[in-house]
Design a protein around this ligand. Structure first.
Ligand code: ATP
Length: 352
C-alpha cells in the first residue's frame, strides 16, 4: 500500500453522544483506497457507532465524513456509495442465492443481462456458483456468510462496511473465512472497513487498523507497527501478550527494577515501565540477569509459554520457548534475558 495514496474516506473529528454517554469522542481517521481497514477495541469503545455513522444510520454531533473529498454527512444511507453488511446476515429466506443477489440490482432497475453478468461474476468470486439455486436454509453458516458478503459486493460500493462479519462462526470456520475475506477483498479491489473486537482477526486481515477505547482513537497503523511499537500501555496489552515491569531509569540510562538492570539506549531518567513480549525474552541458566521460578507451563503446539515468577513483577512473566527445546518443569529456577532492542519503555509510574 502506497502511503502517498490520497484517502478514499476521511473521518474528521467525528463525535457522537447518546444523552450523557460519549460513544465517539473526536475521532479522525484516513482510510486509503483498496485498503482492508479494521476498527478494533474492547466492548463499548464506540466502533459500531462509528461504523453506523459512516453508513448514515447515526448522525454525528460534530465532525465531518468525506468520501472521495465530498462531505457525505447530509446524505441518507441509500444515497451513500458505501454498503453495510450486517452482523445478522439478513438474507431473504424465501429467495434462492441468485435471487438474493439480484434483488438489490433489480431495485436499481439495471437491465436483466447486466444483472445476470454481475451476479455470475460475484458468485464466482465468493465461491457460490454451485449454490445459485439453493435457499438460505439449505446452506451452512459459512456459505450464508458468503451470500451476505456477495449481496453487499454485487452492488459495487466504493467502500464496504462489515460489522463483526465472522461473529456467528465457530473458531475453525472463522479462521478459514478470515483468509477468504482477505482474498476476496483483494480480488474485487473494494475498500473494506471491518469492525471486530478480536485482535487476532484484525492482525490477520487488516492492512491497517485503528484501536479505539472509550470513544477515543489510541493508535492507527499497520498490524506490525501496532504490535512492535504500541503507543501506550493499553494498546500494548490489548494487542498480543505483553509483560510489564515497573521500575526506574537511572541517570546513566540503565533501567532498574527489583532484581533487574538493563542498559537502554535513549532512555530518559525517571519512573518508567518496561514492556516486553514473551518472544523477546531468552531463558538462561540461573545467575544471569533476572532470576525467576517457573509457576506454570502452557503447551501451544509449536511452542510453550512459561509463566515465570520474578521479583520484578507482581504477576508471572510470560516467556515463549520452542516446544522442541529444553524440557522445563514447574518449580525450575532460571534466569531471563530481555532483549533491550525489542522492548518498549513507557514513562511514568506503575501500570494501571
Ligand atoms: P461492542 O463490541 O460491544 O458492540 P462497540 O465498541 O461497538 O461495542 P458501541 O456499540 O459503538 O460500542 O457503543 C459505544 C457506547 O455508546 C456504549 O457505551 C453504548 O452503551 C453506547 N450506545 C451505543 N448506541 C447507543 C444508543 N442507541 N443509545 C444509547 N447509548 C448507546
Amino acid at each position: 500500500m502506497n502511503a502517498e495514496t490520497s484517502p478514499i474516506l476521511r473521518i474528521e473529528s467525528v463525535a457522537k453522544k447518546f444523552g450523557p454517554v460519549v460513544a465517539v469522542d473526536g475521532v479522525s481517521i484516513d482510510v486509503r483506497e483498496n485498503e482492508f481497514f479494521a476498527l478494533l477495541g474492547p466492548s463499548g469503545c464506540g466502533k459500531t457507532t462509528l461504523l453506523r455513522m459512516l453508513a448514515g444510520f447515526e448522525t454525528p454531533n460534530a465532525g465531518r465524513i468525506l468520501l472521495d473529498g465530498r462531505d457525505i454527512s447530509p446524505l441518507p444511507p441509500e444515497k451513500r456509495p458505501l454498503n453495510l453488511m450486517f452482523q445478522s446476515y439478513a438474507l431473504f429466506p424465501h429467495m434462492t442465492v441468485r435471487q438474493n443477489l439480484s434483488y438489490g440490482l433489480e431495485m436499481e432497475r439495471l437491465d436483466k443481462a447486466e444483472i445476470r453478468r454481475r451476479v455470475d461474476e460475484t458468485m464466482a468470486t465468493t465461491d457460490l456458483t454451485q449454490f445459485a439455486d439453493r435457499k438460505p436454509e439449505q446452506l451452512s453458516g459459512g456459505q450464508k456468510q458468503r451470500v451476505a458478503l456477495a449481496r453487499a459486493l454485487v452492488k459495487r460500493p466504493k467502500v464496504l462496511l462489515l460489522d463483526e462479519p465472522l461473529g456467528a462462526l465457530d473458531k475453525k470456520l472463522r479462521e478459514k473465512m478470515q483468509l477468504e475475506l482477505k482474498r476476496m477483498q483483494n480480488e474485487v479491489g473494494i475498500t473494506f472497513i471491518i469492525v471486530t473486537h478480536d485482535q487476532e482477526e484484525a492482525l490477520v486481515m487488516a492492512d491497517r487498523m485503528a484501536i479505539l477505547k472509550d470513544g477515543r482513537l489510541l493508535q492507527c497503523g499497520s498490524p506490525e507497527e501496532i504490535y512492535e511499537a504500541p503507543a501506550d500501555r493499553f494498546v500494548a496489552n490489548f494487542i498480543g501478550v505483553m509483560n510489564f515491569i515497573d521500575g526506574q531509569v537511572a541517570e546513566d540510562g540503565v533501567f532498574e527494577a527489583e532484581g533487574l538492570r538493563l542498559a537502554l539506549v535513549n532512555a530518559r531518567p525517571g519512573p518508567a515501565t518496561l514492556a516486553t513480549r514473551p518472544e523477546n525474552i531468552a531463558v538462561g541458566a540461573p545467575g544471569e540477569r533476572l532470576a525467576g521460578t517457573i509457576a506454570d507451563i502452557a503447551y501451544h503446539g509449536l511452542d510453550r509459554v512459561l509463566h515465570v515468577k520474578t521479583p520484578a513483577t507482581p504477576v508471572p512473566m510470560q516467556v515463549r520457548v520452542p516446544a522442541s527445546g529444553a524440557a522445563y518443569r514447574v518449580g525450575d529456577a532460571l534466569s531471563l534475558k530481555i532483549d533491550p532492542a525489542r522492548c518498549r519503555l513507557f514513562a511514568g509510574g506503575a501500570v494501571g
